[in-house]
Design a protein around this ligand. Structure first.
Ligand code: FES
Ligand code: FES
Length: 164
């Protein structure tokens, strides 16, 4: 007889690669990504859904992966910061962060970049205020946000957003 405590087999597309795994029902998505798949891009900053360091895209939705269970991703597609660069080329948002010095320690950056891309998907040319509101779920303790806002607006001028 199976119980809610039994491991589950899940199949998830992560950054375009299909992963099949057996996970404990209480394993958080962020822990599975980092510990089982070695996707160290998503960070654990708070484990309580507040900081946004663990932000990934889950079936087209921006989510904080510390608030989801790995079993909830079964049959879904997950995109992390690690799938953004293609053929050695940074995604335009990553490049914009680089060029605008939009990071210091970098701990918030993977989540911030994912959130920024999602923001441009919704608002292709956001005002400063719209960027600040759009990224309010992602905390940065280093930069004061000014250069992050500048990077997002810079990227808006060179890309229509999206993750390809
Ligand atoms: Fe998920 Fe902070 S670690 S929101
Ligand atoms: Fe350090 Fe954002 S660059 S937390």
């Amino acid at each position: 007889m199976s119980t809610d405590e039994d491991p589950h087999t899940i199949t998830v597309s992560v950054d375009g690669q299909v992963e099949e795994a057996v996970v404990a029902p209480r394993t958080l998505l962020v822990h599975w990504l980092r510990d089982a798949l070695d996707k160290r891009g998503p960070k654990i900053g708070c484990d309580t859904g507040n900081c946004g360091a663990c932000t990934v895209v889950w079936d087209g939705l921006l989510v904080k992966s510390c608030t989801l269970l790995a079993v909830q991703a079964d049959g879904q597609q997950v995109a992390t910061i690690e799938g953004l660069a293609k053929d050695g080329e940074l995604h335009p948002m990553q490049q914009a962060f680089h060029e605008n010095h939009a990071l210091q320690c970098g701990y918030c950056t993977p989540g911030m970049v994912m959130a920024a891309i999602s923001l441009l998907d919704e608002i292709p040319n956001p005002s400063e205020r719209e960027v600040r509101i759009g990224l309010e779920g992602n905390l940065c303790r280093c930069t004061g946000y000014h250069n992050i806002v500048r990077a997002v607006q810079h990227a808006a001028g060179s890309t229509t957003g999206g993750q390809s």
